[in-house]
Ligand binder design. Structure first.
Ligand code: GDP
Ligand code: GDP
Length: 445
């Protein structure tokens, strides 16, 4: 057995697949990349090899069923395969590797072998060396595994996505059986026009006053970042445009440029789009909103300086309605009011943030989606387009954060927009993606 790094019961991740799909390459990448203390135990040459390693800050046991072949040549193969099958049964998660460009009958035999363990399988399409090859990954969805990921073990593509998928599917438990919380930092970025109150909010949340802003001599940019906790969640405020000493306020306009916003949006889980209620919405806010949607991030429309509005006797519902009316693209985004200055409304803001984060990380099993898809079609059948019946064959979730779904249809061309919207809204409603952007792509199959 591989030796554990600490006193924990390590989750077991088993790597399987026919020879040559890239299992050892992936195995080595995990061990090398994560700089773990590796302890391979190579018993017999073709025995499963295991090593404890760190993936996404979590420690787990990686098991390579290296020499496992379905076609057995001799008694030795027989032994190896017995052991490998046992490993598959005992594994907490199975990474089933295929070569995206070369699917063989042996792969299909593996799929049959793995069927009973479907729920704990991630289908890893390896050798997706280029963007073009990503299209080939779609073909592998038809095997019905709920998670399919295209990677290149050799060229280090999408390895982080794979790591995310692995850690989010496992439970980490310490030796007393206590569940370890697998919650990474929730990354927030605060955007909004100059003077909307971004630095006031960031400082209030981190409660650390000036220490939040760290000027680095010789650089024009301040490196700004803050951490804080709310309940059991760790939050991180990313380099927030506009948090800076007021002497440099002139640069704020540049900070607020759409380009800069895009950069922080990409790194964040959730964006607070801060609006000075006294001033209302700007065109910049709208441009940024479209970027948030494009990146599939969570967003909360935060109406700041509510203390002023309150004094003037404004009604939140009326203001909210107006924002909704002016901002239809963000129809799904929650609207909250706060006073950054008076530290009001923070609890609701953080509660909502956690809610959004959990929605963004939610994965729906493929079989649940397809049961629902059948019902939706029964209830509201797809129309006939140009004399041809439209059929939705299969629905699957491709990723979390951003939330992406793919609908396999018999004909992609002329697929009615309203029907696509219908399916999308059903996904939102039935699976609880109320407040976050989701996308639905069509694929012909
Ligand atoms: P295993 O038999 O499943 O353990 O496969 P290996 O890890 O030994 O890899 C088989 C071959 O595929 C080797 O020549 C690797 O260099 C190659 N390979 C592994 N990953 C990739 C990849 O992402 N892209 C390409 N093009 N080749 C890869
Ligand atoms: P930034 O440019 O977006 O970082 O905005 P600042 O945080 O520097 O705030 C701009 C001005 O608005 C400052 O004078 C703040 O004191 C004020 N301000 C920020 N939040 C509030 C609030 O909730 N209520 C009121 N009345 N003023 C606020």
């Amino acid at each position: 057995m591989g030796s554990n790094l600490s006193n924990k019961i390590l989750p077991k991740v088993v790597v399987v697949g026919r020879p040559n799909v890239g299992k050892s390459t992936l195995f080595n990448r995990f061990l090398r990349e994560r700089k773990a203390i590796t302890d391979p135990t190579p018993g017999v040459t073709r025995d499963p090899i295991e090593a404890s390693c760190i993936i996404g800050n979590r420690e787990l046991l990686l098991i390579d069923t290296g020499g496992f072949k379905l076609e057995r040549d001799d008694e030795f193969d027989e032994l190896v395969s017995k052991k490998a099958v046992q490993m598959i049964g005992e594994g907490d998660l199975i990474l089933f590797l295929m070569d995206v460009m070369d699917v063989t009958p042996e792969d299909e035999a593996f799929i049959e072998l793995l069927r009973p363990y479907e729920e704990k399988v991630i289908l890893v399409a390896n050798k997706v060396d280029t963007v073009e090859k990503e299209n080939e990954v779609w073909n592998l969805y038809s095997y019905g595994f709920s998670t399919v990921l295209g990677i290149s073990a050799e060229h280090n593509r999408n390895i982080y996505d794979l790591e995310d998928a692995i850690t989010s599917r496992l439970e980490f438990v310490d030796i007393e059986g206590k569940e370890l919380h697998n919650s990474p930092d929730i990354k927030i970025t605060i955007l909004g026009k100059p003077n909307a109150g971004k630095s006031t909010l960031a400082n209030a949340l981190t409660k650390s006053g000036n220490s939040l802003v760290s000027d680095i001599a010789g650089t024009t940019r301040d490196v700004v970042e803050g951490h804080f906790k709310y309940e059991e969640y760790d939050f991180q405020i990313l380099d927030t445009a506009g948090i800076r000493r007021k002497s440099k306020v002139k640069e704020d306009v540049e900070y607020y440029s759409v380009n800069r916003a895009i950069k922080t949006i990409a790194d964040a889980d959730i964006v607070y789009l801060l609006i000075d209620v006294e001033e209302g919405l700007t065109d910049q806010d709208k441009k940024i909103a479209s970027q948030i949607i494009k990146h599939g991030k969570g967003v909360i429309l935060v109406l700041n300086k509510w203390d002023v509005m309150k004094e003037l006797g404004n009604d939140f519902n009326a203001v909210q309605d107006r924002v909704r009316f002016l901002f239809p693209v963000l129809g799904f985004a929650p609207i909250l009011n706060i006073s950054a200055l008076k530290k009001r409304g923070f609890r609701d803001l953080l509660k909502k943030t956690v809610e959004l984060y959990n929605e963004l990380e939610k994965r729906v099993e493929t079989n649940h989606l397809n049961d629902a898809l059948a019902e939706w079609q029964d209830f509201n059948p797809a129309p006939i387009v140009k004399g041809k019946a439209i059929k939705c064959r299969y629905l699957t979730q491709v990723s979390v954060s951003p939330l992406k779904f793919v609908l396999f249809v018999n004909r992609e061309k002329n697929f009615p927009d309203f029907y696509k919207r219908y399916i999308l809204n059903q996904i939102r409603k039935e699976f609880g993606f109320k407040n976050v952007p989701i996308t639905l792509d069509l694929k012909e199959s």
